[in-house]
Design a binder for this molecule. Structure first.
Ligand code: PEP
Ligand code: MN
Length: 295
């Protein structure tokens, strides 16, 4: 049985990120960590870096709960120009201090090609947010940044368009890309976005890139985060991105979807048994695409 990595031709233009017999899985190395090697990597932390105390308290707690990577926005893409825009370089310095104190790697968003250099000085992983997935100047600048990129799916982007953006980063010289499903816009209003869970097996079948899930932005609803995290683990996601804050109801951004330190710890304990159920995608891909590549 051969795996048709092009999903019946739909993804045929993205050769650099397509799964092939020669290149079936990218493994990303960050400090002592690997992503895409079969483990389950959890990135956790506040939506925005607010203060040293907020960040260090969160970092120490999520590390003790088993997270390996600390997230936190220093440059924040906000829907309103009147909302908190992030601490900028001061936020990056706090992230670096948190790394020093906890050993956690750092993922943080870069919004503009002009900021690539400064963010790369502090971050272990460069996050491209949903609003920037089609910012081609930024994607091209990330080709030479020397850091892995966490590429979030645009909120109105098809998977084909997500892979197109990944191809641009790879073509620009950076093959270390992690894809992130973070929910898409639909007509549903009970949740902030609709978390497209089918995206994970599709992407894992057609691409060699690791794929993680962000159920925080994917639902926008705190109580839905742990159960959607379970689902992500079971369908073979390479990890999670989760918003956590010491006092979630007081978070300066994304409060409604943010877990407390205690909720996060409980989620991590609960997840252990679900991670063991994850499928092997070489096998699943072959099954899905058997019989002449139909799906
Ligand atoms: C975030 O991770 O805080 C964020 C702004 O995410 P997104 O780009 O998916 O909205
Ligand atoms: Mn957020």
């Amino acid at each position: 049985m051969t795996v048709n990595s092009q999903w019946n031709g739909q993804f045929s233009r993205f050769g650099l990120v397509a799964k092939t017999a020669e290149r079936s899985q990218t493994i990303i190395h960050i400090r002592e960590l690997t992503i895409g090697a079969g483990g389950f990597v959890v990135m956790a932390g506040p939506c925005a870096v607010e203060s040293e105390r907020q960040l260090l308290t969160t970092a120490e707690s999520v590390a003790a709960s088993g997270a390996q990577i600390l997230r936190g926005g220093a440059f924040k893409p906000r829907s309103s120009p009147y909302s908190f825009q992030g601490l900028g370089e001061q936020g990056l310095k706090l992230l670096s201090k948190a790394r020093q104190e906890t050993g956690l790697a750092i993922v943080t968003e870069v919004m503009s090609e002009e900021d690539v250099k400064i963010v790369a000085e502090y971050a272990d992983i460069m996050q491209v947010g949903t609003r920037s997935m089609e910012n081609y100047a930024l994607l091209e600048a990330l080709g030479g940044c020397g850091r892995p990129v966490l590429l979030k799916r645009g909120m109105t982007a098809r998977l084909e368009e997500l892979l197109q953006s990944a191809q641009i980063i790879a073509e620009a010289g950076n093959p270390d890309i992690i894809l992130c499903e973070r929910g898409i816009r639909t007509f549903e209003t009970a949740t902030r976005n609709t978390l497209d869970l089918a995206a994970i097996p599709v992407l894992k079948t057609v691409s060699h890139l690791p794929v993680i899930v962000d159920p925080s932005h994917g639902t926008g609803v705190r109580c839905l985060v742990p159960i959607m995290a379970r689902a992500a683990a079971v369908i073979g996601s390479d990890g999670l991105l989760i918003e956590v804050h010491p006092t979630p109801e007081k978070a300066w951004s994304d409060a409604a979807q943010t877990l407390s330190l205690e909720d996060f710890d409980e989620m991590m304990r609960d997840l252990r048994r679900y991670v063991l159920l994850a499928p092997a995608f070489e096998v699943l891909g072959a099954q899905l695409l058997a019989a002449g590549g139909t799906h």
